[in-house]
Design a protein around this ligand. Structure first.
Ligand SMILES: *[C@@H]1O[C@H](CO)[C@@H](O)[C@H](O)[C@H]1NC(C)=O
Ligand SMILES: *[C@@H]1O[C@H](CO)[C@@H](O)[C@H](O)[C@H]1NC(C)=O
Ligand SMILES: *[C@@H]1O[C@H](CO)[C@@H](O)[C@H](O)[C@H]1NC(C)=O
Ligand SMILES: *[C@@H]1O[C@H](CO)[C@@H](O)[C@H](O)[C@H]1NC(C)=O
Ligand SMILES: *[C@@H]1O[C@H](CO)[C@@H](O)[C@H](O)[C@H]1NC(C)=O
Ligand SMILES: *[C@@H]1O[C@H](CO)[C@@H](O)[C@H](O)[C@H]1NC(C)=O
Length: 610
């Protein structure tokens, strides 16, 4: 009988596991609760509070399927045999923990500005066990790739190093110009929403509380991906403007104003990789490209967390920031740093970064950089790659990227009205376009004097009365309480201000609009005959935007599945005299492996290759 019980118990466990596997593996979009998609009964946080818009964020995390892998336990598992060091202006590679003979080759490279690296010089050296003497490489800013093999001719170490000597001390104290300059530092943490910042960066949040700062809770994305949102911030251009030649990037504006310009990302698939030409004085990208091309290996199952030697790509970025500190403390600079390793891929990963960023802010404070810099701690959108976004809450958070401004105390006393306005805008609708205008104000601090701010405010109010409100408004001015998504340039799909009404997915109008959405994708794909034409497979969610009053405009927000390829897409369709899309098309589920036949990153999200 005991045997029987044991057998039954095993059976229960077995069916339980099967049950879990079955439901656990079912795509969440099919389980997506359609009756009450809004999370309820959870602790919430108001993000936007204006007369035209109220948006809340939910503290608790929506139910989601976490990754199979424990990403916290992943470490780069190859040795770090060399470390870069600059002594008295000379660059050395210093051996660490060598336990057997190594034959090493190295290449010193230069970038041609188009992200093709060339080698200037090749050399070699030997390492003996317990070697400690540094190998002299050269002088000034250098990028070096090193390859070491053991006696059996097996590669034991392959890595890229970035040398940045400490700057020469300024010849003589430069006469301080009467107008003080404020530096700008962008610290980007990819795929971090306002709410995931609150959940995962508990220490950093506490740490920043002690610094003068404003949290801009109503920051909203205006484009689908990182590129579109960062570009809008750095150029102020509309998304559809494809003509890059005439785009003025903030780096150029700041360079013209006598600032140093700095750029570092931890991914070769970076913002800059989609632009032509070199725009900045200090640029980590050629080193990252070299790593990506030669020394990269991945440690997670999705192959998205990259290492070189014994370091993650993100650690390379942080090393770069630390090295830049000595340049940033003495001269005005516009610097842009963006981290995406891991955070871009996994919802829980950013907990890992909490301490890292506390350390970074400590370092900035220690070197007095926070006393001359406006720091923008930000993201471009919420998580887009994990299954979390299949939940309604995940979908919302995708459009609510983090934005916090941290500034020196003296700004508050010198420009009280401008800073008061900034604080007042904490729960207004804010976009990357506004951020562009804000950063431009930094170049003309005199525009932030109380009298100027007052004049500009009057102009803004006049524009509002005449219904010609500009799309971009500096955050140092009071953003009108009545601002709508349309005025701010936020497409319907990313606008969280609307009252949405769920519609039955078999409604004939819904189906008609969904077909239109698929047709629009097919139209975009027409120049790419290698991509199959798509058909509507099913409508997953249909919501109706209530514009209120007696509006004659109807707009639907749709999430549909197409075949072949099972792509899940979202957009918004407007019906008036004609039917048209009012938002870019957003691919919701993964598309890896199905779109290898095209290279354009946006087309990749739509294309299902033949
Ligand atoms: C050198 O190796 C030892 C043992 O493998 C390790 O404990 C130590 O931390 C290493 N030192 C460095 C600087 O990596
Ligand atoms: C990557 O390496 C290959 C072979 O060494 C080279 O042909 C190619 O130009 C490199 N790509 C970049 C971006 O440096
Ligand atoms: C290297 O150093 C370790 C510890 O200091 C020592 O045990 C070992 O004998 C040394 N090896 C050589 C080849 O000197
Ligand atoms: C080591 O291997 C490389 C190719 O991996 C080869 O070109 C080279 O000749 C080998 N060297 C020796 C000494 O065997
Ligand atoms: C910060 O900057 C202000 C204005 O330049 C200066 O008066 C103040 O002494 C600085 N504070 C520190 C701690 O350096
Ligand atoms: C829509 O049609 C009405 C009358 O048919 C016309 O007055 C109006 O201008 C049209 N609107 C647009 C945006 O074409």
């Amino acid at each position: 009988e005991v045997k029987m019980m044991r057998y039954l118990r095993h059976m229960f466990i077995f069916t339980g596991v099967l049950f879990l596997m079955y439901f656990g593996l079912q795509p969440l979009d099919e389980l997506f609760e359609k009756k009450s998609p809004r999370p309820s009964g959870y602790w919430f946080m108001p993000l936007v509070e204006t007369s035209k818009c109220n948006v809340k964020g939910y503290r608790n995390i929506a139910h989601y399927r976490s990754t199979v892998e424990n990403v916290f336990h992943l470490h780069c598992d190859r040795p770090q045999f060399l470390s870069p060091e600059t002594r008295q202006g000379v660059n050395f590679l210093v051996p660490i923990n060598i336990s057997y003979d190594l034959e090493c080759s190295f290449w010193i490279l230069i970038s041609d500005g188009q992200y093709k690296n060339r080698y200037l010089h090749k050399g070699s050296f030997q390492l003996k066990p317990n070697a400690s003497e540094g190998i002299r490489i050269g002088k000034s800013l250098q990028i070096v790739r090193v390859l070491c093999k053991d006696k059996r001719n097996i590669t034991q170490y392959h890595d890229v190093h970035y040398f940045l000597p400490t700057p020469e001390p300024l010849e003589e104290a430069e006469p301080k110009s009467s107008a003080q300059k404020l530096s700008v530092m962008v610290i980007g943490i990819d795929s971090t929403s306002q709410m995931s910042f609150l959940r995962n960066f508990r220490l950093l949040k506490l740490h920043l509380k002690r610094l003068p700062h404003t949290h801009l809770w109503g920051y909203t994305r205006i484009g689908v991906d990182r590129y579109d949102n960062i570009k809008a911030f750095l150029t102020g251009d509309e998304i559809n403007k494809h003509d890059q030649q005439n785009s003025q990037f903030l780096w150029s504006l700041f360079e013209a104003a006598g600032y140093r310009t700095v750029y570092g990302e931890d991914s070769a698939d970076s913002f800059l990789s989609r632009l032509d030409g070199q725009l900045m004085e200090f640029n980590l990208q050629p080193a990252i490209v070299e790593m990506d091309n030669h020394t990269r290996y991945s440690i997670d199952l999705n192959e998205k967390i990259h290492c070189t030697g014994g370091r993650k790509f993100s650690e390379v970025l942080h090393d770069f920031i630390y090295k830049m500190v000595s340049y940033l403390k003495d001269s005005p600079a516009f610097s842009f740093f963006w981290e995406s390793t891991g955070v871009e891929e996994y919802l829980e990963y950013s907990q890992f970064l909490d301490v890292t960023y506390v350390k970074l802010f400590r370092q900035l404070k220690q070197h007095n950089i926070l006393n001359n810099t406006l720091v923008l701690l930000m993201s471009a959108h919420g998580l887009r790659k994990d299954t979390y976004r299949m939940s309604y809450q995940g979908l919302q958070e995708e459009s609510q990227p983090l934005l916090m401004a941290i500034y020196p105390e003296w700004l508050t006393t010198q420009y009280p009205q401008a800073i008061a306005n900034l604080k007042e805008n904490s729960k207004k609708l804010v976009t990357p376009f506004d951020l562009h205008a804000t950063v431009q104000d930094v170049l003309h601090l005199e525009e932030l004097e109380n009298l100027q701010v007052l004049k500009r405010t009057v102009r803004l109010m006049d524009a509002e009365t005449e219904k010609v409100l500009p799309q971009a408004i500096s955050l140092f001015l009071p953003i009108p309480d009545t601002r709508t998504c349309k005025q701010a340039g936020i497409p319907s799909l990313f606008c969280l201000c609307y009252d949405l009404t769920e519609l039955p997915t078999d409604d004939s109008l819904v189906v008609q609009c969904s077909r239109f959405l698929i047709q629009s994708i097919n139209k975009i794909l027409r120049p790419y005959p290698q991509c199959q034409q798509l058909q509507l497979y099913t409508v997953l969610v249909a919501q109706y935007i209530d514009f209120g009053g007696d509006s004659f405009v109807y707009e639907l927000i749709l999430r549909v599945k197409a075949s072949p390829g099972d792509g899940v897409f979202e957009s918004s369709v407007r019906l008036s005299n004609q039917t048209y899309l009012t938002s870019p098309i957003n691919r919701v589920n993964r598309y890896i492996g199905k779109s290898h036949c095209v290279s354009d990153p946006y087309i990749k999200t739509l294309c299902h290759c033949d």
